[in-house]
Design a binder for this molecule. Structure first.
Ligand SMILES: NC(=O)c1ccc[n+]([C@@H]2O[C@H](COP(=O)([O-])OP(=O)(O)OC[C@H]3O[C@@H](n4cnc5c(N)ncnc54)[C@H](OP(=O)(O)O)[C@@H]3O)[C@@H](O)[C@H]2O)c1
Length: 337
């Protein structure tokens, strides 16, 4: 194949927010798929807060991206060549493509998706990893019961927006915490939460006391920091706190801020449990089927924020997650046609 593959590689380990010099833009000829592999033309890339952690050295749930390596990313694209029996040119798939225009990947790691059922970016959002994270984190770790009060931070984002909507489907009172008036309006008016708290303009503790008079039964934590502390201060007896992420701390340069109010877990016989969505991979298919049903009957809405510009725009587009400029799932458009 004569085409050129443009890529973005990690050039340096960032300190604080990633800078343009932490990235290297490279190009190379498009590779040929080996036996069992599939060559994919990438159409959309998933931009995730977790990418910031993958850029750090040190032990985590997945090895760091090496200096000089193509940046790790989930993506969705079209098969252009296949040496795997399950895939043929023209099929659409999701997988770990990396920040590049073409990826030759092992077919066994790819999932076939149907663009006739949902637009491709949805497979990187509500029907992809963020949706699975919301589904399993809330239902398996949060264990919501009918009538419970469920609070979620990052409520207008990819994971949080789905958490609140599933909480409503399960008969709970859903309260979102998000940054800014527009996001809070979106959370209530478009997503159907019962209430939203704007952490940028009001005191979160006061807002939680107002909206959760009987206390919080499930606090789904996407952000950590001060907001986690405010939620811990309002737990109901027996509350569950799924620890999904801590985006407010990912760019900290002087150590992460841990919870101060953790004794509330003892006082309220509550639990806080970290989880990783990948541990539920064996059940993604059933979850996606159930969520597709909810989407078809209008109970679950999916919002994607599709940024234009191709792989060269990856460095600045990633920063939108940390400035809160995204509404719903942040996706980078690479080659939509
Ligand atoms: N455990 C797992 O397996 C798993 C899997 C996927 C994702 N996650 C985690 O889930 C969380 C949400 O991820 P996502 O993909 O859905 O991202 P997202 O919510 O779509 O985007 C990130 C949002 O975080 C908010 N934010 C940024 N800085 C903040 C700060 N300092 N304080 C409070 N909020 C801040 C912004 O919203 P505002 O405008 O409202 O501030 C921003 O839009 C992340 O922590 C991520 O690491 C965990």
């Amino acid at each position: 194949m004569d085409a050129v593959n443009h890529q973005v590689r990690l050039a340096a380990r960032p300190v604080g927010l990633p800078k343009p010099t932490d990235w290297e833009h490279t190009e190379e000829p498009v590779g040929e798929p080996g036996e069992g592999d599939v060559l994919i033309k990438v159409k959309y890339l998933s931009l995730d807060p977790a990418m910031r952690g993958w850029m750090n050295d040190g032990r985590s749930y997945i090895p760091p991206v090496g200096i000089g390596e193509v940046m790790r990313a989930g993506g969705c694209g079209e098969v252009v060549k296949s040496r795997h029996p399950r895939f043929a040119p023209g099929d659409h798939v999701t997988g770990i493509t990396g920040i590049q225009e073409y990826a030759a990947l092992a077919g066994d790691g790819l999932v076939k998706v149907n663009p006739g059922l949902a637009p491709l970016p949805v497979y990187l959002g509500t029907l992809g990893i963020p949706g699975m994270t919301a589904y399993f984190g809330l239902l398996e770790i949060g264990k919501p019961r009918d009538g419970d009060t469920v609070v979620v931070s990052g409520a207008a984002g990819a994971v949080g927006s789905v958490v609140g909507q599933i909480a409503k489907i399960k008969g709970c009172n859903a309260v979102g915490i998000a940054g800014g008036e527009e996001k809070c309006r979106h959370v209530v008016d478009e997503l159907g939460f019962d209430a939203a708290i704007d952490y940028k303009s009001e005191n979160v503790l006061a807002g939680l006391r107002r909206e959760c008079r009987e206390g919080i039964d499930v606090y789904f934590d996407n952000v950590g920091g001060e907001i986690l502390d405010a939620a811990l201060a309002c737990l109901a007896r027996g509350a569950r706190v799924p620890l999904c992420g801590a985006i407010s701390q990912y760019n900290a340069t002087d150590g992460m801020q841990g919870p101060r109010n953790y004794m509330s877990l003892l006082v309220n016989r509550a639990s806080m449990t970290g989880f990783l969505v990948f541990d539920f991979a064996a059940h993604y298919r059933e979850a996606a089927q159930e969520m597709t049903g909810w989407m078809q009957d209008g109970r679950l809405k999916s919002f994607e924020d599709v940024a234009p510009g191709g792989v060269d725009r990856f460095p600045e587009t990633l920063l939108r997650l940390f400035s809160g400029e995204n509404l719903g799932k942040l996706v980078l458009e690479v080659s939509p046609d």
